[in-house]
Ligand binder design. Sequence first.
Ligand code: ADP
Ligand code: MG
Length: 618
Amino acid sequence: MTEEKLSFQAEVSRLLDIVVHSLYSNKEIFLRELISNASDACDRLRYAAITQPELTAGDGQFAIRILADATARTLTVVDNGIGMNRQDLIDNLGTIARSGTANFLGHLTGDARKDVALIGQFGVGFYSAFMVADRVEVITRRAGEEMGWRWESDGKGEFTVAESPEAGRGARIVLHLREGEDEFLQPYRLRQIVKTYSDHIGLPIIIVEDGKDNVANTASALWTRAKGEITAEQYKEFYHHVAHAFDEPWLTIHYKAEGAIEYAGLLFVPRARPFDLFHPERRQHVKLYVKRVFITDDCEELLPAYLRFMRGIVDSQDLPLNVSREMLQHNPVLAKIRAGLVKRVLGELKKKAEESQEDYAVFWEAFGAVLKEGLYEDFERRNEILELCRFRTTKSDAPVSLGEYVARMKDGQEAIFTITGDDPAALRKSPQLEGFMARDVEVLLLTDPIDEFWGSAVTDYQGKPFRSVAQAGTDLGKIKKPEASEEAEPPAGELSSLIAAFKLALGDAVKDVRRSERLTDSAVCLVADDGEMSMHLERLLRQHRQVDAVAPRILELNPSHPLIRRLAEKTSQEGMGEALGDMAHLLLDQARIVEGESVPDAAGFARRFAAMLEKGLG
Ligand code: ADP
Ligand code: MG
């Protein structure tokens, strides 16, 4: 069969253009990427061979070999892993298959200098080979298949694929080095790069020098080594490899569980949010190994979804090597490992929270919204998770714990008050907070969508119930205002007539009209009845088309507001009926706007508003 010529996906061409034209100072990372791929390929074949031993027949010793040819000026990386067939080559080395690279492209600015810096942060996998090579060949044969294939490209928009009958199992990546890149032909330089970036790889990485094999790395899986022998740098490189991430881990947890169940865990909490954190599938990402053999990176039973930000590996001694996906479901050993992992992770988070508020806030900003899912998904650990939660409040921009909040509750305050919305700055201005501010009562500002959902599962913290300030029955009366400046209020009779007139005018548009305890500066506000969905939740659900109707709310009037006082005086006057009705509608619309709701009858609003303005001019 002859050679086929194919085009790279447009995104790959864009990426290659940046890679090739960048004066990237850290070019040596290309070797880390190729070794990482080779190691993944060996892991995958090792796993496949558990059920199909014939796949590794004749060559069961996995290794990665690096050969430099000074005459041909080529650097070759060879593995005896799973390999690729024609379609694999086209899919994997012609498109952006990997998440990290796609993410990289999403961050591109178009400014070459900034984009080059991004390469360092994200890594671009296989394509980084073009930083040092002007031509790359991949000669490969997929384990278990007869025919081998040869892929070749100069990185300029196109690549070729042709049959290669002599290809061995696995992949041989040949880099034809660019002018000036001869340092990558020096064995000492190659050794240094392997030591720096790839020492954690569990397979021997062999540098062939004068025909002799020299193993350049420690070649034992990192998690099997003693903690004291592993440097922070090595942990970081392992994290980059296992998580396909390029940030600094925020937390590294490395331990061995011994006793009834034996396993090793090497787990990381990233510093930055992975791009798919809020993907609806909520997949967890910790990889499962059994006795050093990679089994799967897709084992849902290993960790609960609310810890899906975790990265790393778990290596079990007790599961059978030929464990299948079905066996992993409802597996009692796995259930115990999971319980152990959750306990460990929550325990380590607690330690971090106690050590440094500031550092913990970094974690909380990135992953708090995910951890909070545990409040309603993990009944047993609810209190433990609640202790780990932090909240912005009306008094603190730095997130505070519930313990801190409770310690500064006011005399007579029985509940933990909350307000939900999209943005802390907007929430702070909400009229519903006025009465709380006047009484110096702190309120938690809940701005994650998830905050609308855990409330129903978590009734209290240390016996103190959570209560939304937008709920009707909030009992503020028991908490004294600091300066007891009783504002003038209309006589009770006048206020009741005003309320009656408003009810009549507004009809079904409101559930009720009543006097407010919570307002000090605004004339009116809307609140939800006890046990009803909050307005913020209703808006969220409407955005996702889960509900369409707008439930009528309670309109509260501030009796000490001058406008309400004047209106109350005028209620009994002759001929006020129509003006009062317009006023009631205008005030209801105003309350909706402040709440972030839309005005259902915009034309009516405009007509009434214009009429009022005209009257104001006399
Ligand atoms: P990633 O490793 O993050 O998936 P890369 O760009 O490094 O992204 O590699 C793309 C894909 O090409 C890999 O996912 C893998 O399927 C395939 N691949 C790369 N190198 C090899 C190899 N040595 N053996 C087998 N497959 C490989
Ligand atoms: Mg890779």
